[in-house]
Write a protein that binds this ligand. Structure first.
Ligand SMILES: Nc1ncnc2c1ncn2[C@@H]1O[C@H](COP(=O)(O)OP(=O)(O)O)[C@@H](O)[C@H]1O
Ligand SMILES: [Mg+2]
Length: 445
């Protein structure tokens, strides 16, 4: 649905309910929210931003709530309208006497104040279709994996907006904080939401709290998202080692993954939790999905949004950044600002510009164990893919074969390693952006 279709839908609703049409200020607020602007970004001629934020927008959401029959806010505007559109197009034409507005969904409770606004989202239809199948088949634990910036969080938000009608509760909790909540705190928070404010006795242990949670997950069909799960893992160790005092999150995954219930827990993470590795091996209803590059057509939409020129060169630029939406957004913003949008000029000047992307890679690289870091440097200096034996011969001081295998597996779980198959041998290599980053680090050493 695009903004024009959204405005048309609202216009139709206003007419059907014999209300006055939206005024130009209201339309402008809707358009700006639709394109992802914050209230502070909104520049609306003739109106102070404080007025828009404090008066005009709240009144507009109140009006739209009455019109759609749903509690509309800036955050869920798009979801409500998309869902309403879907319902209207699947409903038979209005009966002559009835001008009823179809009631939205089965009253899903949304608890997702800390979910980001992702109003602009392109492509990923294949992934959404796969996820839809999994939801319909009753998968209990789904892990979205992939490099930083590849679009895990954005996809999870869209999963909620697309399929929330399947669930009674949609609960989003972000672990992307300096200090993520200890498991007890998270469980109490979830139990409060699901039980409608149950007072939890402090003497109940974690095992019993988990049992209680499973009970609610069986009684209600919930979509529970834990975003940025990698924040629970520690640096300097192999992938999937929990930070001290967060180890019991593993129990949450084991219990939710193994027990019978009607809900779905979705994790987004750079690193695959060990529990998922074991559970998905021999339990049905548990899966991890690795996000790869954004499709070219969708990536081009990002460039269109930034008004870049030289469309014939876009694919080259997308390939260089491996279709990572965050990297594409950073590069597109820089091109717009410093190159007047000219992709050709930029490509002539740079083979691969990292800019702010370095910071993202720094965060991810910093978490690696010593052996993992050595493997990464070894792969960075080799221009062609290499075998495990070649890596082992290069690393100084030498490491045990078992240590190497663990470290390679760990790098794979962190989505940092590319594997190429050649004559029944596995060869290892890096994505160009990662290679470039490591070479820059190497020179700086
Ligand atoms: N399919 C997409 N279409 C448009 N923008 C996207 C898409 N996927 C991700 N983005 C944008 O790219 C950036 C990184 O995405 P995000 O979901 O935060 O990545 P991750 O969670 O994997 O680190 C965000 O600004 C997000 O809005
Ligand atoms: Mg994220």
């Amino acid at each position: 649905m695009d903004i024009q279709a959204a405005l048309t839908l609202l216009e139709n609703l206003m007419v059907e309910q014999e209300r006055e049409d939206l005024n130009s200020l209201q339309r402008e607020i809707i358009c700006k929210c639709w394109s992802g602007q914050t209230y502070d970004d909104m520049e609306i001629q003739g109106y102070a931003s404080g007025y828009v934020k404090k008066y005009a927008a709240p009144n507009l959401w109140k009006l739209l709530s009455e019109v759609t029959g749903e509690a509309v806010s800036k955050k869920n505007l798009k979801i409500v309208l998309i869902e309403l559109q879907k319902r209207r197009s699947s409903c038979p034409e209005e009966t002559p006497e009835g001008k009823e507005v179809p009631k939205l969904m089965n009253n899903t409770h949304f608890c997702w104040a800390d979910a980001p606004d992702v109003l602009v989202f392109f492509g990923r239809e294949k992934e959404l279709a796969t996820l839809e199948q999994m939801i319909k088949q009753g998968y209990r634990l789904v892990t979205l994996l992939g490099m930083r910036g590849i679009g895990k969080t954005a996809l999870a938000v869209h999963l909620c907006t697309r399929f929330f009608g399947e669930f009674e509760y949609v609960i989003w909790r972000s672990l992307d904080r300096q200090l993520p909540p200890p498991l007890t705190e998270l469980l109490d928070d979830l139990l409060q939401v699901l039980s409608d404010k149950l007072q939890i006795d402090n003497s109940i242990n974690i095992g019993d709290r988990l049992t209680l949670l499973i009970k609610y997950l069986s009684q209600h069909r919930c979509l529970l998202i834990l975003d940025a799960y990698e924040n629970l893992f520690s640096s300097g160790k192999l992938a999937g080692h929990y930070l001290k005092d967060y180890e019991n999150y593993g129990e949450l995954l084991r219990r939710v993954g193994a027990a019978k219930h009607n809900s779905c827990l979705v994790l987004t993470s750079w690193e695959k939790p060990r529990e998922v590795v074991f559970l998905e091996r021999d339990t049905q209803g548990i899966v991890s999905v690795k996000l790869e590059a954004l499709e070219t057509a969708a990536a081009k939409e990002i460039f269109k949004q930034h008004n870049l020129a030289d469309e014939d060169k876009w694919e080259e630029l997308i390939d260089r950044y491996e279709g990572n939406p965050l990297a594409l957004k950073i590069v597109a913003a820089m091109l717009q600002k410093d190159y007047a949008g000219s992709v050709s000029n930029f490509l002539e000047e740079f083979t691969l510009f990292l800019g702010d992307i370095q910071y993202l890679l720094y965060q991810q690289f910093n978490r690696l164990s010593e052996v993992e870091q050595k493997i990464m440097y070894c792969l960075a200096i080799s221009q062609t893919p290499v075998t495990r034996h070649q890596i082992r011969d290069t690393i100084q001081p030498q490491v045990l074969s078992s240590e190497m295998l663990d470290a390679l597996e760990s790098l794979r779980r962190r989505s940092l390693l590319e594997t190429v198959k050649a004559e029944s041998k596995a060869l290892f290599t890096l994505q160009p952006v990662v290679r470039k980053y490591l070479n820059l680090q190497f020179r700086g050493r």
